[in-house]
Design a protein. Structure first.
Length: 99
């Protein structure tokens, strides 16, 4: 299954992330190396949200990431939510459907 993690970041995110970025990226690459995190990054212009794409068996695996993320634990993320994404097209679709 695919899950999207949406972060709404604080107004001072760009200034404050510097001190937590190495730890955040280490966590992201840990999940990527485990095959759980497929893509992740901040949205641009304006930088007010981030989106991360996970392949996991349940939302609990994504929530594990959130609870360990220094951006969350240090208040750079104001709100977050996880949504299951029913992927049906593309080489990595979880439920490929072809006409």
């Amino acid at each position: 299954m695919h899950f999207l993690l949406f972060y709404e970041v604080s107004e001072d995110y760009l200034e404050r992330r510097v001190q937590f970025r190495a730890e955040h990226l280490a966590l992201a690459w840990e999940f990527a190396d485990r095959g759980k995190l497929l893509l992740g990054g901040a949205l641009a212009e304006p930088v007010d949200q981030a989106v991360l794409l996970f392949r996991a068996d349940s939302p609990a695996e994504v929530e594990e990431f959130v609870l360990r993320d220094p951006y969350v634990t240090n208040g750079l993320v104001k709100n977050w939510r996880v949504r299951e994404w029913k992927t049906v097209a593309g080489d990595q679709a979880a439920n490929p459907l072809r006409p």
